[in-house]
Design a protein around this ligand. Sequence first.
Ligand code: SF4
Length: 290
Amino acid sequence: MHAVAPGGFRPGAPSGPAKGSPGHPCFDDAARSTSGRVHLPVAPACNIACGYCDRRSDCPNECRPGVASRLLSPREAEAALADALARDPRIRVAGVAGPGDPMAMPEAVVETFARIKARFPWLIGCLSTNGLGLPEHVDALARAGVSHVTVTVNAVRPEVGARIYDAVRWQGRELSGQEGAGFLLERQRRGIAACRARGLTVKVNTVLAPGVNDAHVEDVAREAARLGADRMNLIGLIPVPGTRLGDLPAPCPGVLAALRGRCARHLPQMRHCARCRADAAGLLDEAGCC
Ligand code: SF4
């Protein structure tokens, strides 16, 4: 008999929708073919440098996080959302996921969500962030209608994080190595705890980089569960040529499945992530959604 993990999750039990998440295709597996999402690309800047990231792309056929063909102001995002809803009334989620980090420009992001809440109050507000700038803005985000937050946590030990993050920029300082990774991790911990204290649903995304953090992702799951996260999304690295980690292989599906199984001892796992662009729109299950 397995112990019951934080949040009442019983390892091995089927994972239904995270609490308060029916209709969100990334938190409720059953909704992925019935409920759509729109990502509004209002956040071009970023406050950290990941060794796998390259945001210099506007190819509409390139499908990976951090990619967007255009940038929008909050007002333009509201208009784009209205257009998207007119085209596809199945859209239930309005999200901001970059193409940089939303919390590197919190004012624009909070304004975007406030506009969405005022005009489309039935939509689920969803934010995806690296967590560095999250703790101070949790209240403002919640007031603006955000109910679901994803924090990308690739490591919970500074020595592992130092192999992933090249720089962490905070209040005019640039931190690197274990100092930068440790600082980011502490901010992520505070941000996740603040979200849960505010009643927001939290998912942790972890990019699986072979040879870098593959032996460590179960530690991430354990720590995320301790902090109260609701689910985890283990994402295989997409090697991007020209980036520091661009020569690593993408993890094979069998390895990814096995590691998800180990992480599932601690947190329910998302297993259908489409690794969406920062301007994706539509159903996850539909070809060309991203
Ligand atoms: S990238 Fe994954 S978690 Fe994010 S919206 Fe797409 S399917 Fe959901």
